[in-house]
Ligand binder design. Structure first.
Ligand SMILES: [Zn+2]
Length: 129
Protein backbone atom coordinates (compact mmCIF):
# COMPACT_ATOMS: atom_id res chain seq x y z
CA UNK A 1 0.00 0.00 0.00
CA UNK A 2 1.10 3.57 -0.52
CA UNK A 3 2.12 5.41 2.57
CA UNK A 4 0.86 8.77 1.46
CA UNK A 5 -2.42 8.40 3.27
CA UNK A 6 -2.93 8.09 6.96
CA UNK A 7 -6.44 7.59 8.16
CA UNK A 8 -7.65 7.87 11.67
CA UNK A 9 -9.33 4.60 12.62
CA UNK A 10 -13.04 4.87 12.07
CA UNK A 11 -15.63 2.90 13.96
CA UNK A 12 -16.64 -0.12 11.87
CA UNK A 13 -20.14 0.35 13.22
CA UNK A 14 -20.41 3.93 12.01
CA UNK A 15 -19.02 3.24 8.54
CA UNK A 16 -20.44 -0.24 8.08
CA UNK A 17 -24.00 0.47 9.11
CA UNK A 18 -24.02 3.54 6.89
CA UNK A 19 -22.66 1.57 3.91
CA UNK A 20 -19.55 3.73 3.68
CA UNK A 21 -15.93 2.94 2.92
CA UNK A 22 -14.41 1.44 6.08
CA UNK A 23 -11.16 3.34 5.66
CA UNK A 24 -12.20 6.92 4.90
CA UNK A 25 -15.90 6.82 5.75
CA UNK A 26 -16.72 8.94 2.70
CA UNK A 27 -16.94 6.75 -0.39
CA UNK A 28 -19.90 4.46 -0.94
CA UNK A 29 -19.48 0.76 -0.35
CA UNK A 30 -22.40 -0.40 -2.51
CA UNK A 31 -23.35 0.36 -6.08
CA UNK A 32 -26.58 -1.61 -6.04
CA UNK A 33 -28.65 -2.84 -3.16
CA UNK A 34 -26.05 -5.42 -2.13
CA UNK A 35 -23.51 -5.15 -4.95
CA UNK A 36 -20.15 -3.82 -3.96
CA UNK A 37 -18.23 -1.21 -5.85
CA UNK A 38 -14.76 -2.32 -7.03
CA UNK A 39 -13.04 0.33 -4.95
CA UNK A 40 -13.68 3.39 -2.88
CA UNK A 41 -14.29 6.41 -5.07
CA UNK A 42 -13.01 8.71 -2.36
CA UNK A 43 -9.77 7.19 -1.04
CA UNK A 44 -9.23 4.45 -3.64
CA UNK A 45 -9.32 1.53 -1.20
CA UNK A 46 -9.52 -1.67 -3.20
CA UNK A 47 -12.57 -3.59 -2.03
CA UNK A 48 -11.24 -6.88 -3.38
CA UNK A 49 -10.11 -7.84 0.14
CA UNK A 50 -13.75 -8.24 1.06
CA UNK A 51 -14.97 -11.75 1.52
CA UNK A 52 -18.65 -11.22 2.13
CA UNK A 53 -20.35 -14.26 0.64
CA UNK A 54 -23.86 -15.07 1.71
CA UNK A 55 -23.08 -15.40 5.40
CA UNK A 56 -24.70 -12.11 6.41
CA UNK A 57 -27.84 -12.84 4.39
CA UNK A 58 -28.34 -16.23 5.98
CA UNK A 59 -27.67 -14.86 9.43
CA UNK A 60 -30.17 -12.05 9.00
CA UNK A 61 -32.84 -14.27 7.47
CA UNK A 62 -32.53 -16.85 10.25
CA UNK A 63 -32.72 -14.18 12.90
CA UNK A 64 -35.66 -12.48 11.20
CA UNK A 65 -37.45 -15.79 10.81
CA UNK A 66 -37.01 -16.47 14.49
CA UNK A 67 -38.36 -13.04 15.44
CA UNK A 68 -41.33 -13.25 13.08
CA UNK A 69 -42.31 -16.79 14.01
CA UNK A 70 -42.06 -15.90 17.69
CA UNK A 71 -44.21 -12.83 17.16
CA UNK A 72 -46.76 -14.76 15.12
CA UNK A 73 -47.07 -17.37 17.85
CA UNK A 74 -47.45 -14.72 20.54
CA UNK A 75 -50.18 -12.92 18.58
CA UNK A 76 -51.96 -16.20 17.88
CA UNK A 77 -51.96 -17.12 21.56
CA UNK A 78 -52.98 -13.67 22.73
CA UNK A 79 -55.52 -12.56 20.11
CA UNK A 80 -56.28 -15.56 17.87
CA UNK A 81 -56.77 -13.40 14.78
CA UNK A 82 -58.07 -14.82 11.47
CA UNK A 83 -55.46 -16.23 9.11
CA UNK A 84 -55.78 -13.44 6.57
CA UNK A 85 -54.76 -11.04 9.31
CA UNK A 86 -51.72 -13.16 10.05
CA UNK A 87 -50.72 -12.96 6.40
CA UNK A 88 -51.32 -9.22 6.33
CA UNK A 89 -49.14 -8.74 9.39
CA UNK A 90 -46.26 -11.11 8.84
CA UNK A 91 -45.50 -10.96 5.14
CA UNK A 92 -44.64 -7.24 5.18
CA UNK A 93 -42.85 -7.75 8.48
CA UNK A 94 -40.68 -10.52 7.06
CA UNK A 95 -39.67 -8.27 4.18
CA UNK A 96 -39.03 -5.39 6.52
CA UNK A 97 -36.85 -7.30 8.95
CA UNK A 98 -34.89 -9.19 6.29
CA UNK A 99 -34.31 -6.62 3.58
CA UNK A 100 -34.05 -3.66 5.92
CA UNK A 101 -31.04 -4.71 7.98
CA UNK A 102 -29.44 -6.85 5.28
CA UNK A 103 -27.40 -4.11 3.72
CA UNK A 104 -26.42 -2.60 7.05
CA UNK A 105 -25.39 -6.03 8.33
CA UNK A 106 -23.31 -6.72 5.26
CA UNK A 107 -21.71 -3.29 5.52
CA UNK A 108 -20.92 -3.88 9.16
CA UNK A 109 -19.31 -7.27 8.53
CA UNK A 110 -17.23 -5.77 5.72
CA UNK A 111 -16.11 -2.93 7.96
CA UNK A 112 -15.17 -5.41 10.69
CA UNK A 113 -13.11 -7.40 8.18
CA UNK A 114 -11.33 -4.25 7.13
CA UNK A 115 -10.76 -3.29 10.73
CA UNK A 116 -9.30 -6.69 11.52
CA UNK A 117 -7.05 -6.83 8.46
CA UNK A 118 -5.94 -3.24 8.82
CA UNK A 119 -5.00 -3.92 12.43
CA UNK A 120 -2.75 -6.72 11.18
CA UNK A 121 -1.07 -4.27 8.81
CA UNK A 122 -2.21 -6.01 5.67
CA UNK A 123 -4.19 -3.15 4.19
CA UNK A 124 -3.06 0.04 5.77
CA UNK A 125 -0.81 1.30 8.45
CA UNK A 126 -2.40 2.13 11.74
CA UNK A 127 -3.67 5.67 11.56
CA UNK A 128 -1.65 6.93 14.48
CA UNK A 129 0.94 9.61 13.84
ZN1 LIG B 1 -12.51 5.26 1.15
Amino acid sequence: MSDQHHFAPLSPFATGLAGRCPRCGKGALFQGFLTLKPRCESCGLDYSFIDAGDGPAIFVILFAGFVVVGSALAVEVLYQPPYWLHALLWIPLVLLVTLGPLRATKGLLIALQFHHKAAEGRLDRPGRT
